[in-house]
Design a protein around this ligand. Structure first.
Ligand code: G6P
Length: 362
């Protein structure tokens, strides 16, 4: 391929490593246009009272993060819709459709837009500004992730989250739903993200190989999160499925007792995306009581009390995040864990055998 691997063993490793730089690059472009609403004004879209996010796969998880941000900061009713399910959804008046696709060519997303009522303006968030999606949309946001060669999305997810979050913050300022001073504080928080992601990568590089060796023979994995942590748990599970062909289920931590706990047995790996919510404690305790192997992602400084933390838990911790977009940096260790697991199982991480870069059939 045309993209030079440099010192990296594979494209996935390279693209995981590029994430702090991608975030810094995105922020350099949009930082000063976020807090005054001008990013949004520049898109030329009408104001919206509701938001519907339409996407598939990893892009859907980025959409869930963006939707959580809109709900928590602006109180705007927001739906996330699996693109292939769009015909079963009713969108109210004043709904803006945010269609997210790394490739801009995913058939399910394009078809979803064909099925929507023309009254709803469409904003595309894509890494390919000359794609079919970009042509179809009323306005386009460029992810600026750079070329992503690895089939499993990594840096494009992070770029979608940061571009999407800054755009909706800008929209909330422009519509008077968010104080500009609050928007400045939010952007300042995002500006620390490259450093936090790099720190997460250092901790994970140290611990992930042994962790993967410990869990690699497990037939299945459970990923738990809560609230803003949940899309990251879902993304961690998707990466394991895509790359290592193992069962991986993501569940809201509170839902564990309503079914998924039945899957937890002696040694079942349970990865908890810990964004500092003390209510995660009971899920961790339930898993431990059944002999599950708990891996917490993001525990340092967490409110999860130390007593709930088993002495032998494998803890990939680098600091706490309480932002409305949740623990973005958690995605780095999750990607690294899925990659390492796949490698130890002898899988090709750049070209999983049954995955395509973009799915142009439905
Ligand atoms: C495929 C890929 C996934 C990706 C999804 C959406 O299924 O294997 O990794 O998340 O398509 O792709 P898009 O280009 O629309 O973001």
């Amino acid at each position: 391929t045309a993209v030079d691997l440099g010192a990296h063993p594979d494209h996935m490793a390279k693209e995981i490593d590029e994430q702090p730089g991608v975030v810094a690059d995105v922020l350099a472009r949009v930082r000063h246009r976020t807090a005054d609403g001008s990013t949004w004004v520049g898109l030329g879209l009408p104001p919206f009272d509701r938001l519907a996010v339409v996407a598939c796969g990893t892009s859907l998880h980025a959409g869930q993060v963006i939707a959580n941000t809109v709900r928590s900061l602006g109180g705007v009713p927001t739906d996330t819709v699996v693109a292939s399910e769009v015909e079963h959804v009713v969108l109210g008046p004043g709904t803006l459709v945010l269609a997210i696709s790394q490739s801009g060519e995913t058939a399910d997303v394009l078809r979803a837009l064909d099925r929507l009522d023309d009254r709803h303006p469409v904003l595309a968030l894509t890494n390919h500004v000359h794609s079919s999606l970009a042509r179809r949309a009323d306005a386009v946001l460029d992810c600026h992730a750079g070329p992503e060669v690895g089939v499993a999305a990594t840096k494009s997810f992070t770029a979608q989250v940061v571009v999407g979050v800054t755009a909706v913050v800008s929209a909330l300022v422009a519509s008077g739903r968010l104080e500009p001073s609050r928007a400045v504080a939010l952007v300042d928080d995002l500006a620390r993200l490259p450093e936090r992601m790099a720190a997460a990568a250092v901790v994970a590089a140290d611990r992930v190989p042994l962790l993967a060796a410990t869990v690699r023979d497990a037939p299945g994995f459970l990923f738990l999160g809560r609230g803003p942590g949940l899309p990251y748990a879902a993304e961690g599970a998707l990466k394991v499925k895509e790359l290592s062909y193992r069962w991986a289920e993501a569940s809201p931590a509170g839902e564990l007792k309503h079914g998924p706990l039945a899957l937890v047995d002696d040694g079942t790996p349970v990865v908890v995306v810990d964004h500092g919510d003390p209510r995660l404690q009971s899920a961790i305790a339930e898993v431990r009581a059944r002999g599950g192997f708990v891996v917490t992602i993001g525990g340092a400084g967490s409110d999860v009390p130390a007593v709930a933390r088993p002495a032998d838990a494998t803890d990939l911790a680098w600091g706490r995040s309480v932002a409305p977009w949740g623990p973005i940096e958690a995605v780095v260790p999750l990607q690294m864990l899925a990659r390492e697991l796949a490698l130890q199982l002898g899988c090709d991480v750049d070209k999983p055998h049954d995955r395509a870069r973009s799915v142009t059939v439905r």
